[in-house]
Ligand binder design. Structure first.
Ligand code: ADE
Length: 422
């Protein structure tokens, strides 16, 4: 067992182990990578500090990196997403130091990030860029050892690109989120399913016939809109980007500003990566009993302070993950999962089958960084396209799906310009 850790209760380890194994069977691509890494040991002696949601899927990534010879530590990338049994199992069965307790306060959350940094990483592995941000703000003494990092999510990639633009980023980072085998599947099908799962587990509401307002039409939001529609909801999309708004219209959704959607919606879901997407003027117009949920990375998309200011008393917990706010004008609004990402707060996050590809990108991204960091600048990179194609091929093979290959004649045709209409 690792001697350094902070988890809720090590007695939870046996149950965590079984659930990690349950997820593992849905992660065949990661399994194949693990088998190769175990044989080749390319990560031998590499110190990796990971700040990720502590889930069964993440446990399988940590075990994969460890099999390749890496010395890994893990802390939570959100105070409310940790699965305590998984954290216990990683410490107890795999001797991986974990610093994560579900429901930890903000001070503990940052103490845990700093404990993971104490490990003096060669590679950082982030989900939301809090680890990298903390490293650049207060732990610059560690920068010498860092070769580079990987980043899981849209929000983190946006943050890191802002750092690179300011010249503030001091090592190269691979944007795992930019891989097609990440965002087309994890963001769309993963967030789509797990967000609806979280809302339903928290509320047990029937979505059929309800008006669901989805803020944003990026890959995550379009997954949410698609799944809500599939369950019979009437879906309204709000956007600031004209192209995405047009796509939403042509995908069959109503599109309008949030101020117009506010009095119509029954359930509101934010997934934009921006702040105060649901703000006081929106909450002032909402129907009595409207439900507010966030699926974006940070708990900033719903103006929580504003919601408290509109209320005449402290919120009360009416169901696990459902808080009732009594507004001064007599209406009530329901907030799910404290405004934190609902798919991990009230459900279990994305299914293992999509995390399989996301975490294959993480593992291969770390390997790529180790091999190539000398040639990279301090900016944000996308994993080479052939790695993406390899992950997709492995996934298809694992699913038993065969595809065609180009004939020599077809390759030649695609490489010429003379022949057109015949
Ligand atoms: N992000 C969303 N779902 C996740 C999961 N199941 N594990 C780790 N990170 C996630």
């Amino acid at each position: 067992m690792s001697s350094e850790y902070d988890v809720k209760n090590l007695d939870l380890a046996p149950g965590g182990r079984l659930r990690i194994e349950w997820a593992e069977q849905e992660m065949p691509v990661l399994r194949q990578i693990r088998e190769r890494l175990a044989k080749e040991q390319p990560l031998k002696g590499l110190r990796i500090s990971a700040c990720l949601h502590v889930t069964t899927e993440t446990a399988n990534l940590m075990r994969t990196l460890q099999s390749g010879g890496a010395d890994v530590v893990l802390c939570a990338s959100n105070p409310l997403s940790t699965q305590d049994d998984v954290a216990a199992s990683l410490v107890h069965h795999d001797e991986i130091p974990v610093y994560a307790v579900r429901g930890e306060d903000n001070d503990t959350y940052f103490q845990h990030i700093n404990a993971a940094l104490d490990h003096q990483p060669h590679i950082t592995m982030d989900d939301g860029a809090d680890l990298v941000s903390e490293l650049h703000k207060g732990r610059t003494d560690l920068l010498n050892d860092v070769m580079g990092g990987t980043e899981e999510t849209t929000t983190g990639v946006i943050r890191l690109r802002a750092m690179a633009k300011d010249g503030a980023l001091k090592f190269p980072v691979i944007a795992v989120n930019d891989s097609l085998t990440k965002h087309l599947f994890d963001n769309r099908y993963g967030t789509g399913q797990s967000t609806i799962d979280g809302i339903i587990r928290a509320t047990n509401l029937l979505l059929a016939g309800r008006v669901v307002v989805v803020a944003g039409y990026g890959w995550c939001s379009r997954g949410i809109a698609m799944r809500a529609k599939g369950l019979g909801a009437r879906v309204i999309v709000t956007e600031i980007d004209p192209v995405k708004a047009l796509e939403a219209v042509m995908d069959g959704y109503q599109v309008m500003p949030m101020l117009d959607a506010a009095p119509i919606g029954d359930i509101f879901v934010t997934s934009t990566g921006d702040i105060n997407v649901i703000d006081i003027p929106h909450m002032e117009r909402m129907k009595h009993g409207a439900v507010l949920a966030n699926s974006g990375h940070f708990n900033v998309e719903i103006n929580l302070k504003g919601l408290a200011e509109l209320s005449d008393r402290p919120a009360e917990l009416v169901n696990r993950h459902v808080e009732r706010y009594h507004l001064k004008d007599g209406r009530v609004l329901y907030l799910l999962g404290e405004g934190r990402l609902i798919n991990l707060a009230a459900a279990e996050g994305h299914p293992a089958s999509v995390m399989d590809m996301s975490f294959a990108n993480q593992a291969l991204g770390a390997e790529y960084m180790l091999a190539n960091h000398d040639q990279l600048e301090n900016i944000v990179y996308t994993i080479p396209a052939q790695v993406d194609a390899e992950i997709a091929s492995l996934k298809l093979a694992a699913m038993g799906v065969k595809i065609d290959t180009l004939t020599d004649e077809q390759v030649a045709y695609l490489n010429q310009w003379q022949e057109g209409t015949i």
